[in-house]
Design a protein around this ligand. Structure first.
Ligand code: WT7
Length: 571
């Protein structure tokens, strides 16, 4: 049974009358907010940092950073100088407009300086999550032909520099760096770098951000975003995050994922908000402490984190003063109604679900402070966005019918290409102008959207997207493995976990030791989050006559569902 809707709480919000704004809104109305509207000179890093540094906000804290060993803060003016310095380091190393600069390191102030510094030069930044291992790192640097990589001495061992002919420089952020013809000592260059930088002015359609993400087939795809995306990043941060002048905002995502760049960097800073970044792993006590210490007012996190906090119980919460919080949001996977209920109980606030994806470049379907929340629903489309449920022929379906969640092509933050792969890009769109998300959903009579699942085989584990093909390909590189099929299975905390069905080569015996060895193999080469938590050995895997592993059948076995049409299965 569905939970009762939770009414909006009266207050002063940016998006007051949703229905009215939906009727009259046009994206061109947002342009006046930016300095390029008057000057004609565009760069998203200028709008996010320098614009505030050169105005009344210059002494306001832009970045509060903390981890186990560091605690620092930077005003907008200091951020301007630090990002200029980082930009100058990159410039010295030959970075020019359009070059791909990759950043592979744990969260630290330097990560943020370098990311924005690179964008100031007009370069395209590729952020890589620190958990990626050799093969995952190689695929991304190789596909994008990255010219410069910024990483740490701890992580550089995972980069096969000699096999990456386009990689000219590796900038190491750490101590005791020995420089050579490739390696550059970040701190040494930083000391000497000028605080002044000539920003590269770009066109709205020039690239700025390249996030690799997984599909159900093939290697990860490089999703390219352009400077013009700022229009929607700004406007969603206004309507949905409801950011105001004096907000202290905390987005828990790492910039290796799109949430960590779009709403961990651009959304808040385009508004001149104070932005909290906490480095290190999830830690319930320290999370609550972060809210208390900084007086966080707006908090954007993920269902998997909320579920873990919920599981720990309320005694812990009682030890902290969390009354600064005024607005909480969630993204990445379905937000369970129980979690919404828990939020109301312990924070006395509604948790607002938001739906979007790497490819959409910013929020698309959301719950707004002024709308009633139907727990379990993702909410309604952003004004200016047309969302619909369509069938496989591209026809729009009436309310309450399940189908493909689709978006009318052409919103400001839409990805502009898949790097190196125009055909993959085309596959996202129907002939009649819809972008197909890959999610299934339905819309109710009141226009609320309800997520149902993925249509393809993409796995969403703890809010992180994993392509089964990538894991299967890695598995079959293991000497003991003949074939592998990878699926997601439900898990109460992680949403979904990865399970691998494996058939062994002649001469290898199934054992728990072998399972562990296989798990370690994937963990070491791909990443911890792509590692199958469960492994099951089978003599044979279900395949089509053309040899494709039928994940659908594996899923049916696992979940005791009907296997459906087996006419294409080999004997
Ligand atoms: C996929 C996109 C950009 C956000 C981080 C994930 C799933 C995302 C929700 C939600 C149910 C959600 C979808 C989507 N997803 N938000 N609110 N409710 N599912 O970005 O890695 O590109 O993954 O995450 O399946 O297609 P991503």
């Amino acid at each position: 049974m569905q939970m009762q809707p939770i009414p909006a709480v009266k207050g002063d919000y940016h998006l007051e009358d949703y229905e009215k704004v939906v009727e009259s809104f046009d994206w061109s109305q947002v342009e006046e907010q930016f300095s390029w509207y008057k000057t004609g000179k565009m760069n998203i890093a200028f709008e996010a940092i320098d614009r505030h540094a050169l105005g009344v906000k210059k002494n306001q804290v832009a970045l509060y950073y903390k981890d186990d060993t560091r605690r620092e803060k930077y005003t907008f003016k200091e951020m301007m100088e630090q990002t200029n310095k980082a930009g100058n380091i990159l410039k010295q190393q030959g970075v020019e407009k359009g070059d791909r600069v990759f950043i592979f390191m744990p969260r630290s102030p330097e990560l943020y300086f370098c990311l924005l510094g690179a964008i100031k030069l007009g370069a395209i930044v590729g952020p890589l999550f620190e958990a990626f291992m050799e093969a995952a790192v190689f695929d991304r640097l190789n596909d994008s032909k990255a010219k410069v990589l910024i990483t740490t001495p701890e992580l550089v061992g995972r980069v096969a520099i000699d096999n990456l002919p386009n990689l000219e420089k590796v900038i190491l952020v750490g101590n005791d760096i020995e420089e050579d013809h490739v390696t550059v000592d970040y701190y040494k260059s930083f000391e000497q770098a000028s605080k002044k930088l000539l920003i590269e002015w770009v066109e709205p359609e020039d690239g700025m951000l390249l996030h690799y993400t997984s599909g159900s087939t093939g290697k990860p795809k490089g999703v390219l975003h352009v400077h013009n995306a700022m229009i929607q990043q700004y406007q969603t941060a206004k309507w949905v995050l409801d950011l105001k002048e004096d907000d202290v905002y905390w987005c828990t995502a790492d910039p290796g994922w799109v949430t960590g760049t779009v709403y961990g960097i651009f959304g808040p800073w385009l508004h001149g908000a104070s932005n909290v970044v906490r480095g290190g792993r999830f830690n319930p006590e320290d999370w609550y402490k972060t809210i208390e210490d900084y007086g966080v007012t707006v908090w954007y996190s993920a269902p998997t984190a909320f579920r873990m906090l919920m599981g720990i119980g309320e005694d812990l919460i009682q030890r902290f003063d969390l009354t600064s919080l005024r607005h909480i949001l969630s993204v990445g996977e379905p937000l369970n109604p129980e979690v919404v209920k828990w939020g109301v109980k312990v924070f006395h606030l509604r948790i607002h679900d938001t739906w979007w994806m790497t490819e959409t470049g910013s929020m698309m379907i959301c719950n707004y402070p002024t709308l009633a929340i139907k727990p379990g629903s993702m909410g309604k489309p952003i004004p200016g966005i047309e969302a619909a449920i369509i069938d496989d022929q591209g026809n729009v379906l009436p309310p309450n019918r399940m189908g493909n969640l689709a978006l009318k092509k052409g919103w400001p933050s839409m990805m502009r290409s898949i790097w190196n792969n125009p055909q993959k890009y085309q596959e996202y769109f129907t002939d009649n102008g819809w972008y197909i998300s890959g999610d299934s959903a339905y819309m109710d009579e009141e226009g609320y959207f309800w997520f149902q699942g993925r249509i393809d085989d993409v796995i969403n584990t703890s809010g992180e997207r994993v392509g089964p093909f990538e894991v299967e390909s890695k598995l079959v590189e293991h000497p003991a493995i003949a074939e592998a099929g990878v699926i997601g299975i439900p898990d109460p905390v992680r949403g979904t976990i990865i399970k691998a069905f494996i058939s062994l080569r002649e001469g290898f015996d199934a054992s728990d030791e072998l399972k562990e060895e296989i798990r370690l193999f994937v963990k070491k080469e791909l990443s911890a989050h792509a590692t199958p938590r469960q492994i099951e050995f089978r003599d044979k895997l279900p395949k089509t006559r053309s040899g494709k592993i039928m994940r659908r059948v594996l899923k049916a076995w696992e979940l005791d569902l009907p296997t459906g049409d087996l006419s294409t299965m080999e004997d």
